[in-house]
Design a protein around this ligand. Structure first.
Ligand SMILES: NC(=O)c1ccc[n+]([C@@H]2O[C@H](COP(=O)([O-])OP(=O)(O)OC[C@H]3O[C@@H](n4cnc5c(N)ncnc54)[C@H](O)[C@@H]3O)[C@@H](O)[C@H]2O)c1
Length: 305
């Protein structure tokens, strides 16, 4: 198949592009390099530098007539979305809408959209299934929810074939350690530089961590099965930040220090998702235990230095 991966010069998109190439697909990556890097573009993929919010991008999609589109380009810094909601909405809502419209007009057979558990807001049920209330509490979650609603509209009214995958906390090689989220990448970078990472709060807050290889396999499964609708793609397990720190220390063979700072306002105590619906439909399930994934990620960061 001829597949477009937007955001493929970034963390998750580059792993998905790699998986599709392994499967023998022809892969084109579109990225504006605002956060990504050409170094992440896998060998064998065609790279086109374009901003998804522009007319040139719409024209490009229509001219190329892709068989499938995997959409991972996004603005994803939650706190920046609070300060600059228009910037966030321009990329995540208008860019995604532009992509959906161009995909429909050029008869793309299947579209996969990356969403986030941030659309849920506070987790009131654990593990959260797809019937969990959706009440985003930051502009980033609102813009991703708007994208999901446009996808519903395109699917229901225009009969488009669309999978929306909501991820929890993804980690692994190539994650940007300079972002605001991604505790594993941020702490690895600090430990390897001899800097002291700060844990916000007492470190007991629990998150559902999913290795990027498992995410790429979920995207492969969504394409093969043409999964329709919204699905949680997560590990359905939870580890505290303190647990993560001890796994990182053991992976790096260090007892390096961490400090505790004030808890972040609005930081939930626990997040955990259920992938039961997606697993039942596609047969996908996460296969990387956290400790093993952290060890491999630590090795990648170590070698990169
Ligand atoms: N990393 C996570 O834990 C996580 C969790 C839930 C959802 N997601 C979603 O997964 C997707 C990928 O996230 P990631 O962690 O790989 O982030 P990333 O920043 O590494 O990748 C996003 C890519 O999109 C590109 N981009 C941004 N704006 C663009 C624009 N206007 N035009 C073209 N390209 C643009 C960036 O340059 C970057 O390469 C995003 O949609 C994000 O919302 C990520």
């Amino acid at each position: 198949m001829k597949i477009l991966v937007t955001g493929g010069a970034g963390f998750i998109g580059s792993h998905i592009a790699e998986t599709y190439l392994e499967d023998g697909h022809e892969v084109t990556i579109v990225d504006d390099l605002s956060m990504g890097s050409k170094d992440n573009v896998p060998a064998g993929a065609r790279f086109v530098e374009l901003d998804i919010t522009t007319d040139s991008f719409s024209r490009f999609v229509m001219d190329e007539r892709f068989d499938a589109i995997n959409h991972h380009a996004a603005h994803m810094e939650l706190r920046v979305s609070v300060d600059k909601p228009v910037h966030d909405a321009t990329i995540n809502i208008l860019g995604s809408l532009r992509l959906l419209e161009a995909a429909r007009k050029s008869d793309v057979q299947h579209v996969i959209l990356a969403s986030t558990a941030a659309v849920l807001g506070e987790f009131t049920e654990l593990p959260a299934t797809e019937s969990h209330p959706v009440r985003p509490i930051a502009p980033y979650g609102v813009s991703k929810r708007a994208m999901e609603l446009y996808a519903d509209y395109e699917r229901i009214v225009h009969g488009m074939s669309i999978s929306v995958l909501r991820y929890t906390n993804v980690y692994g090689p190539r994650q940007n350690p300079n972002g605001e989220s991604g505790v594993i990448a941020i702490f690895l970078e600090k430990f390897l530089k001899g800097a002291v990472p700060t844990i916000h709060g007492d470190g007991s807050q629990e998150r559902d961590y999913l290795h990027v290889h498992d995410v790429a396999c979920a995207n492969r499964a969504a394409l093969i099965t043409r999964a329709q609708g919204i699905y949680h793609v997560c590990s359905d397990s939870a580890a505290s930040v303190n647990d993560v720190v001890s796994m990182l220390r053991s992976a790096l063979g260090t007892d390096a220090e961490v400090v505790h700072g004030p808890a972040k306002a609005g930081d939930p105590a626990k997040t955990r998702g259920s992938h039961a619906a997606f697993s039942a439909l596609t047969g996908w399930r996460p296969s990387t235990p956290l400790e093993e994934g952290i060890r491999a990620t630590a090795e990648w960061f170590r070698q990169r230095k």
